[in-house]
Design a protein around this ligand. Sequence first.
Ligand SMILES: Cc1cc2nc3c(=O)[nH]c(=O)nc-3n(C[C@H](O)[C@H](O)[C@H](O)COP(=O)(O)OP(=O)(O)OC[C@H]3O[C@@H](n4cnc5c(N)ncnc54)[C@H](O)[C@@H]3O)c2cc1C
Length: 412
Amino acid sequence: MSELTERVLVLGGRFGGLTVAYNLKRLVGDLADIKLVDRNRVTHFRPGIPHIALGIRDPHEIEVDLARELPRKGISFEQALVREIEPSSNTVTIEKTDGSLVKERYDYLVIALGAHLAKERIKGAELGYSLCEVEDVTKLRERLSSFNGGSITIGSGVFYQGSNPKPKFPENYVPRADSACEGPIFEMSLMLHGLFKTKGVLNKTKITIYSPGEYLSDLSRKSREAVKEIYSQFGYTLVEKFVLKEITQNEVISEDGRKIQSDISIYKPPYEGHPVLKKLSGDLADDAGFVPTDLNMVSVKYENVYAVGDANAGSVPKLGYYAVRMGEIAAQHLANTLGVPTKIEKFQPTIFCVADNPLEGYGVAVADDTWYGGTLSKAEISPANHLKKELFTKYYVWTKGDMVLERYFASW
Ligand SMILES: Cc1cc2nc3c(=O)[nH]c(=O)nc-3n(C[C@H](O)[C@H](O)[C@H](O)COP(=O)(O)OP(=O)(O)OC[C@H]3O[C@@H](n4cnc5c(N)ncnc54)[C@H](O)[C@@H]3O)c2cc1C
């Protein structure tokens, strides 16, 4: 590495971090020494995690080995735990796998550490089944395989969204949200219908979906009514304004004391800012531990620090699609800063998402910007949308998480 080469440190190796690393490498080549740090050597395609719970996909089918793949593309990788970020001295302290602590110096920092899944805020969380990571759904898969009827609840914990300082985004781009994202809850509710129908236990099963606010409030009223119609056809119960507080052996309990019977409690933990960033609240991060940036994903406080994806305060709801878009824009902006003229795209929030129901052979694709004041509101049910999700999954694994064509899939 030459003395003049700029050192770019990327923290986190999933949608956001990988998108920045791959795009920046393509744009600036050897002008930057790019290093990515993640606590895990192997990363997984998160939208494929619910499929593991159903038993139709194994973890190895959606994994990418960062230590093997990134160096092949000229990006260094280190498996280590990020312990501390010191933006005023351009250093990050990491804990290596042998337990030693090392200070990494950077010229530019990209924060893509995601959000913190605050299971510890739910009493009895260990009695429930989180949907979010591979180790969680492996447990759920076992439980579902021996399930022969009973009661099931599915719902999201609350979102601790920051408010100060605000991102330099247009006000309507960052609405207040009760849940960080209920897409995986909706998807799982469809998937279970397929699973229980296949197992022949649908008529012996009571399914309740709950939400900390208004269910799927990020979608238009028309789309929400359509979801309610699907639930009523399925015989599901929907309970709103249910802020999950406790899980017991056979119930979920809300903060205001309501109880729902539940033999299997599937949930998305409360979301809050990453603990490393929470320590920087009032400085690099907002009061909840998310990083406010401008529309180029540059921190409002430090001009050599970028934040993308779930860690960015402006990513609402927390969507992989936004992590990728933000990652592309951060890479384009940084390429310019490094002296490579590059068109910087505009961040324009629109919810694109596919909820899959593989065992019944269809998916529901959503394109919606009404939450941000727009008029786009599409929700389409079709077998093609199931194929789209399959293709997305394969594409991620083939490209090792390089989602360069993602926007074209999303615009189908
Ligand atoms: C079950 C589920 C299904 C989803 N399905 C969809 C979907 O269909 N479509 C969609 O658009 N979005 C979906 N999402 C949302 C999407 O997965 C997230 O928005 C996206 O993963 C955010 O990407 P990110 O890179 O910002 O953060 P993350 O995916 O959270 O990645 C953060 C990375 O940082 C690493 N890390 C964290 N802390 C440390 C540390 N201290 N030291 C080192 N490394 C660390 C982690 O290991 C991880 O690799 C889904 C989410 C879930 C939970």
